[in-house]
Design a protein around this ligand. Sequence first.
Ligand code: FES
Length: 182
Amino acid sequence: MAQATDTSSGTTRRDFLMLTTGAAGAIGVGALLIPLVSQLAPDAQTVAAGAPMDVDLAPIAEGQAIKLFWRGKLIFVRHRTAKEIEEARAVAVASLPDPEADQARVKEGKEAFLVVYGNCTHLGCVPLGNAPGESKGDYDGWFCPCHGSHYDSSGRIRKGPAPKNLPVPPYAFTADTKIKIG
Ligand code: FES
């Protein structure tokens, strides 16, 4: 009889302990979820540090380029002329120091817009070729006066000590003349 009472009382105690542990576990998971969810929403500092950035291309006239910063890095966005696109596509890709087709560096159907990082791949100077009247080098792109690197109208290195093309950052068109970088 006493044994039955003990067993019954033991079971109840065990159940209580298990329920308590389960509740504590549930609270623990809940407590973990709240900071996790709040971590998913970028704060202002994160946005400033590198959240995706929307850029309106409409104000960039054909033949013009703009400079902007994303994740602390300089980026050029150029609205290319038909002549510049034609020049970029006329070259034999295999003959380039860093062979890359123009088609692989722009978005299909949006080849008028070229988006590239804006630091020379030699030692990081900022090439000329964005402002009116600035030298665009020998290939209608950009000219780096630091040591004489010439980039073409696709941002590819054509002449000089720079080893690589100006890289293309991650971006996508979100509307006819709008892109999101990042
Ligand atoms: S940094 Fe541009 S050519 Fe040297």
